[in-house]
Design a protein around this ligand. Structure first.
Ligand code: KG4
Ligand code: ZN
Length: 342
């Protein structure tokens, strides 16, 4: 096994609807090639079967592009990393199988990466990097978690949603307003032009560090239904204000729990990660709260918020240094959790 302290690793991400590859050398990410799948837009959500097929079609080209743009040859690689889960099984299988085939052909070790841990480790791609221990609010289409991060490979979830993820709440609300998938970025865009205090929504109170987003989804459905009874063009006429109000509501729900987590742990080093970390309302609110609470905050670059292989590469680098490789028998796990020893 070619093991050293300055490894060159190819990482592959295929957990949902982005096919991505990245090369990392001596801990420095060289690139982050992403092929997004437009095929899902017209269906209002990711269609697993189509996602799997699109990964199969894209993966070779994405990997080739990452290798070529990094100026790396197959024989320069010291390991191949892949996302093991969580994610859609049919999507994960494509990346896992591709990685195994390549590792076998090149005679290099494999590294399995937990997608949610990688979202957290995206904070180590660029400066400034958080100091341990820190808290990370990880918010995506499938997850809403507060993670206590003690070290690169030592983290645990201290609070999470009991039902839907916040990204799902954004996307479902957008769908109710007739917006295409994924609706989160569109709500963000319209919210910039609207009044966040125009409409109020009731809040589900959850104990301790738990979140719940199913209540707001239903409340929003009834809100639209009732308003449309009065004016059938209510959404079209008030789109910006509705988006701004809903976004503020969701962002406040998130920040309330992060404040509580910081209070309970005494940790003031706070990061956000995952697709919803791209939300401008959340990014702004984090900055304001940081001033108020004396937090040091870490907000990743946009390309490292949504799904990407650079974060998988970063996680793989730390696993390489720790000698944590896996065998060819390793299979994807759709519901893999942070800290799970599979
Ligand atoms: O992390 P991610 O790319 O994939 C998952 O692992 O789920 O997150 C995707 C989620 C989607 O729900 C999408 O609507 C949401 O992130 N998202 C946003 C924004 N950009 C992406 N939500 C709100 N505002 C945004 N700017
Ligand atoms: Zn993700």
């Amino acid at each position: 096994m070619r093991q050293q302290l300055h490894p060159t690793i190819l990482a592959i991400e295929s957990s949902c609807d982005e096919t991505s590859a990245s090369v990392i050398q001596s801990g420095k990410v060289l690139n982050n090639v992403i092929a997004s799948q437009a095929v899902h837009h017209k269906y209002g959500g990711v269609v697993p079967e189509l996602a799997s097929r699109a990964h199969q079609q894209n993966i070779l080209q994405v990997v080739n592009e990452a290798m070529q743009s990094a100026g790396i040859k197959n024989e320069d690689l010291n390991a191949i990393a892949f996302t093991r889960g969580p994610g859609l099984m049919g999507s994960l299988v494509v990346g896992v199988s591709f990685a195994k085939g390549m590792a076998l052909a090149l005679g290099v070790p494999l590294i399995e990466v937990n997608h949610m841990e990688a979202h957290v480790l995206a904070h180590f791609i660029d400066e400034p990097r958080p100091q341990f221990p820190f808290l990370c609010l990880t918010v995506s289409g499938g997850h809403t978690q507060i993670v206590l991060v003690n070290d690169y490979l030592d983290m645990r979830v201290i609070g999470e949603t009991q039902d839907d993820a916040v990204g799902e709440a954004f996307d479902k609300a957008a769908k109710m307003m007739g917006l295409p998938y994924p609706g989160g970025p569109l709500i963000d865009q319209y919210a910039k032009l609207g009044n966040p205090k125009a409409f109020k929504f009731s809040q589900t109170v959850m104990p301790d560090l738990s979140f719940s987003f199913s209540g707001i989804k239903t409340a929003f459905l009834y809100f639209l239904r009732d308003r449309k009874k009065e004016d059938e063009n209510f959404v079209e006429k008030n789109l910006n204000d509705i988006c701004a109000s809903l976004q503020l509501h969701l962002v406040q729900m998130l920040l309330q729990k992060v404040k509580l987590a910081s209070h309970q742990t005494g940790i003031k080093e706070i990061a956000i990660a995952g697709g919803v970390a791209a939300n401008s309302g959340l990014r702004e609110a984090m900055k304001l709260t940081a001033q108020e609470m004396n937090w040091k905050i870490f907000i990743p670059e946009f390309q490292y918020c949504t799904d990407n292989a650079a974060m998988i590469a970063m996680a793989a680098y730390y696993k390489f240094l720790a000698g944590r490789f896996c065998g060819l028998e390793v299979a994807p796990i759709a519901n893999l959790g942070i800290g799970d020893k599979a």
